[in-house]
Design a protein around this ligand. Sequence first.
Ligand code: PLP
Length: 423
Amino acid sequence: MKLETLKQAESNLLLPTYDRHPMLVTHGKGVYLYDSEGNRYLDFLSGIGVNALGYAHPAITKVIREQAARLIHTSNLFYHPYQAELAKRLTKLAGMDRAFFSNSGTEAWEGALKLSRAYANAKGKGKTRILALENSFHGRTFGSMATTFTAKYRKPFLPVMPGVAFVKFNDVDDLRKKFDDTVCAIGFEPVQGEGGVNPVSIEFAKAARELANKHDALLIFDEIQCGMGRTGKMFAFEHYGVKPDILTLAKPLAAGLPLGAIITTNKVSEVIHPGMHGTTFGGGPLACAAAVEFLNVIGREKLIANARSVGAYFLDRLRKLDAQHGSIVDVRGVGLMVGVELNSPELAKEVVKQMLAHKIIINRTHETTLRFLPPYIVTRQHVDQVVEALHQVLSSCASAADAPAASQSPRRRAQKDSRRNQQ
Ligand code: PLP
């Protein structure tokens, strides 16, 4: 089928929720994605952080093929071998006790919110308020939307779940002001993804833990985008010396198959009884078998260490690029979760388009931030290719707004330096 025919068919048949790139994807191999014109793209987005092993990893393909031939679905009314195995592996890695498997990130987050309400209600304390962060993104279902800051995600669907208050990003004073005994949970992404790749400060995370303890509330970390090795550690919370009561995971967990997870402690799970929460598809044998193999592969191929070292190299190269381009406002990130903030939304949009013309896939988030979520198998040579293409694209897009670095005002450079020092 031709791209034009498909575009026409989709425009008549689908809800118009996506603004797709004009590209018909046919297959992928390693870090590359191929289109119907025979073009090869270096994928530095990996299906929005999902394809952490790249495409068509032989170990994953083998497990999926063999498991599909044995058993795809049973429902949660029966046992199959992989849920307990996956739960054992994840809880051990996280130093926690129990897991629940869903199909997506938003369902995992929704479940985490339900757990925190159930925990507070079981104690009969009437604590119902939930604190989230400005710039957060937690998904598209009602609870997730209610805890997602950006108004455009919520506004058309109002009213959303009540009882949510937003804390200013990394503002410990604001957090202390809003935290009291009516709060049942505070939840946030340790590194915000859709909000523009913003790492939460260690000071803020520690204060959240301390206040949650003080008020007998739960601390929830949304590691749907930043977890499972993306930041160069298995879980982003390991960078903080702070442990959440509930952890949510999804994106790369089943190497491309839909799977989300809630990981928690015995203290929290004591309030859950059969029938309180559930799912038809979640935690099925196919997705769980793939997830177990995903863990095997990242261990065997030492991919988290690779994410850490290649990620550090990438950030270093981007910071050097920052010095050459006035249109770069900030470079930030952890491991292979990297953002380059530009000085205008139009420029960011154009850069994504031009990078695609250079056969490199990235995206734009929070209007002005270029986001890079490459697979963990990338090398320094791939990074060099991306940075060189970005240098060319930024140079060719240079406009009135893109003053050469030499003419940047001292104030702007000071702003850049101070933002960097806060990270
Ligand atoms: N939480 C975070 C931090 C995310 O980045 C996302 C998706 O981008 C979600 C939740 C929602 O996940 P899903 O799209 O799988 O429902």
